[in-house]
Ligand binder design. Structure first.
Ligand SMILES: [Zn+2]
Ligand SMILES: [Zn+2]
Ligand SMILES: [Zn+2]
Length: 805
């Protein structure tokens, strides 16, 4: 070998399998006339190249500068110089499986523009083929059974490639080179149409038949990428009502799929930001404000000013969206909160009596994965449900962890596998109330540990001993660690931002098991994961009937009013009294007096429930969180998607007196302007407590004076923001901490989040919010892993109790 020959061995880690990485390397090596090989290993992609020194250097530089396929992501790149070997060509070698290190798995990705073009081209051999894909698009996580990502390790192993597909697959210059799910009409999966009894209907063209059925108002179960959807014409009121009744989903908003961005424009108020999120290859459902004259049935999203809207993401969806309807309701195929159906037989069984037809196919789904849902606040995504398109991409951690499983919360459950410096948060699993969801929970733990070759050494779970996720954890023969629910919330947000020093953690949430056997949910913590000190919270109120109160929000209104005013308030002309009746209300009084199933709670979600029903907006929830959501919908604020929306003129925080910890705050002017709010009192002590008596007195006063409900709702929201700001300022004064971390289900409320961020920033805080995982209980498993990570990394960290007071 001559002197100018250079050989590099390069190891790349990240999302590098199933995304066209090796073919890209092949083409790049060919361009620079380099020889050697590339191979997928469980350690990552290994590239061995040699050739002229300047060419080898340029090749390396290209990779370092990010010349990589669109769906890939480099997390680490290491290289070393080697003695030249004398390769005579460049080859892509078969994958090798080794024990030990992990390779990342790409999430499922929407069809790319090249494939879409072929799908619509009558002279292409895959014209209208519903499973067209390439190295840049198609199913990934949902079909992978184990790593490395090769066809034989996916559910595509059932299909033998025809000579045409095979030649594409083996041609390094073809855009389907090593596209594992590559297929065509001749050799790949096919669709079939079945009636409600599961009988296959002989039809020349199943997709055309489905379009006609949908146009006629039928409910059709359609198998997609991570599971089945139930589809109906979104402009057909009758069909939607029928679907709601059968699915037992009375009022919860339904997502709609539209053919393209132009149709989306007709339905919703689009801007540059939400358009960007709609078009992302992850294709999430994006919550966007509806247009007033939207040509869809009002039954799609009643009492809601947002519409969950998404674009087609598989070729099959594109073909179905050609039908004569403005949009399709495409809701997860399940009953109520059960997991989404994925297997053909399972679907026929579980959707019996719901679906009127089935459009199935014979490509198996290995991992079920619901659609992801995001909302947008200040140009950033606010993830509501993290699933398809995102899972199982890891959240990178600043510390390494031993292999650990975190079992998450009870509702909106996700699990998380911690391994090395990565936290693999699972797709949304759902509420562990049903056996089907519990099975899905077990399946997901097994799949994550298998696919990432993990051997868990410890399990982290919620403190609540009654949660199935906690019970499963302690039944395993492994060491366990429990983490308080709201501390896990704050820890999850800190994990996203690699924070590990002391923070002020604000966890405004529904309910969670507290350290003192009461039910927490409006927590201010000081400290760091594993070492949090509870520094403040809202006042407690009884929760009459326990968990029932979450579904009957009027109970919380009665509980707060009874706590602060006894039965005096019954004299006022309130819709609540009229609707519920004073007899029923007095029954609740006696529940509270006799302490019958009335646990104490300070959950902020329950406070929102109380105010929503006090205003006569919602006395009984048809779905979890409905009362608070409808209270938010009353707000007549302007666009808060944009960073500099007109909603939030930045005003200086107003602190009453020199010491912000005053017992009685002045009641500001109750006008409809951005910063007015109701009164509240901060009761001083080692742990600050916010009394809400003045808040409720003010609200009753405004109701009696017949003030517009939307103004009362605004003033209430502003009060919560003002409370958060005042407490944070107070804690900063006490502890000298300026980082504020926001988490908890209440921060799904766009106004609350946006306004809190504005006010805290105006007061000089560094504010951290969730971006990668939801602020709701979907983040708990990440927080659990991060708490363990911080504890293990934290030798010598100071105790928050020793902070200067
Ligand atoms: Zn493609
Ligand atoms: Zn083929
Ligand atoms: Zn929570």
């Amino acid at each position: 070998m001559n002197k100018q020959t250079t050989r590099y061995e390069i190891i790349i880690n990240g999302i590098v399998q199933g995304v066209g990485f090796r073919p890209h390397i092949y083409r790049l090596a060919s361009f620079y006339n380099l020889h050697g090989y590339v191979i997928n290993t469980t350690k990552g992609v290994l590239i061995d190249i040699e050739g002229k020194s300047d060419s080898a250097d340029s090749f390396l530089k290209q990779l370092q500068e990010g010349n990589i396929p669109p769906l890939s992501k480099i997390i680490s790149l290491t290289y070393s110089r080697k003695e030249p070997y004398g390769y005579s060509s460049f080859k892509i070698l078969e994958s090798v499986k080794e024990e030990g290190d992990i390779t990342l798995v790409s999430p499922d990705i929407s069809i790319c523009s090249d494939c879409l073009r072929e799908l619509c081209n009558p002279s292409d051999r895959r014209y209208q083929y519903p499973f067209i894909n390439c190295t840049n698009c198609g199913p990934r996580y949902s079909i992978i059974q184990q790593l490395p990502y090769d066809r034989k390790n996916t559910t595509m192993h059932d299909f033998v490639m025809c000579p045409d597909c095979s030649s594409e697959y083996t041609d390094p210059l073809d855009r389907r080179f090593h596209a594992q799910p590559d297929a065509c009409f001749k050799c790949g999966p096919h669709v079939k149409l079945l009636d409600s009894s599961g009988k296959v209907l002989e039809t020349k063209h199943a997709i055309s038949a489905v379009k006609e059925l949908l146009e006629a108002g039928a409910i059709v179960a359609i198998k997609g990428l991570g599971g089945f959807h139930l589809a109906v014409d979104a402009s057909n009121n009758n069909a939607i009502e029928r679907l709601r009744e059968k699915k037992r989903r009375e009022e919860k908003p339904l997502a709609v799929m539209v053919k393209d961005i132009e149709i989306a424009e007709q339905l919703c108020k689009l801007n540059e930001t939400n358009r960007h999120f709609l078009l992302m290859p992850q294709r999430p459902i994006v919550l966007i404000e509806k247009k007033d004259d939207m040509p869809l049935s009002p039954a799609v999203a009643p009492h809601n000013k947002y519409l969950g809207i998404f674009l087609p993401y598989t070729p099959l969806h594109y073909l179905i969206m050609e039908g004569n309807y403005p949009a399709l309701v495409m809701t997860s195929a399940n009953i109520s909160e059960e997991p989404i159906c994925k297997d053909n037989d399972e679907t026929l069984r579980r959707l019996d009596g719901i679906a009127e037809y089935y459009l199935m196919h014979n490509r198996k789904i290995y991992q079920r994965c619901d659609d992801s849902v995001i909302s947008i606040v200040k140009e950033l995504p606010l993830v509501i449900r993290r699933s398809r398109g995102y899972a199982p991409e890891p959240v990178m951690l600043p510390f390494r962890v031993p292999d650990v499983i975190a079992t998450g919360a009870h509702l909106k459950n996700t699990v998380c596998l911690g391994k090395e410096d990565k936290a693999f948060v699972s797709q949304h699993i759902g509420d562990l109330e049903t056996f089907e969801n519990y099975k899905f929970f077990l399946e997901t733990i097994r799949h994550l540990t298998d696919v990432f070759a993990a051997s868990p050494e410890i399990i982290v779970h919620d403190m609540h001993p009654g949660y199935l996720s906690s019970q499963w954890a302690v039944e395993q023969s492994l060491p366990c660690m429990s983490v308080q629910h709201h501390e896990a919330h704050v820890a999850a947000c800190m994990a996203e931002h690699h924070l590990f020093e002391n923070v002020i953690g604000v966890s405004f949430d529904g309910t969670g098991y507290g350290r003192d056997s009461t039910i927490w949910g409006s927590e201010f913590f000081i400290g760091k994961p594993g070492l949090f000190l509870r520094a403040a919270h809202l006042d407690y109120a009884p929760m009459p009937g326990g968990e029932v109160a979450a579904y009957e929000p009027y109970r919380m209104a009665v509980a707060y009013l009874y706590k602060y005013f006894g039965s005096d308030w019954l004299q006022y002309p309130l819709e609540l009294i009229e609707y519920i009746g004073s007899k029923k209300i007095r029954n609740i009084f006696s529940l509270i007096e006799n302490r019958i199933n009335c646990p104490q709670t300070c959950g902020c979600g329950r406070l929102f429930d109380a105010v929503s029903s006090l205003l006569g907006i919602r006395y009984f929830n048809k779905y979890e969180g409905q009362a608070p959501m409808e209270l938010e919908m009353l707000l007549r604020h302007k666009d808060i998607e944009c960073r500099d929306g007109p909603m939030s003129p930045r005003s200086k925080a107003q602190i009453v007196g020199a010491d912000p910890c005053v017992r009685h705050q002045r009641h500001k002017a109750l006008e409809d302007n951005d910063n007015s709010h109701y009164a509240f009192e901060i009761v001083d002590g080692a742990c600050l407590v916010v009394s809400l008596k003045s808040l409720f007195a003010d609200i009753i006063n405004d109701i009696v004076q017949k003030k517009d409900k939307s103004i009362i709702a605004l003033l209430f929201h502003n009060t919560i923001v003002e409370i958060i700001k005042n407490i944070c300022v107070c804690l900063r004064t006490r502890y000298g901490i300026n980082n504020a971390v926001l988490s908890g289900g209440c921060f799904q409320n766009k106004y609350l989040l946006s306004k809190t961020v504005d006010e805290l920033e105006s007061a000089g805080f560094m504010v951290y919010c969730h971006q990668q995982v939801p602020p709701n209980d979907g983040c708990i498993s990440l927080g659990q892993v991060y708490t363990l990570a911080c504890k293990l990394a934290g030798d010598g960290r100071d105790n928050p109790n020793s902070l200067s007071l």
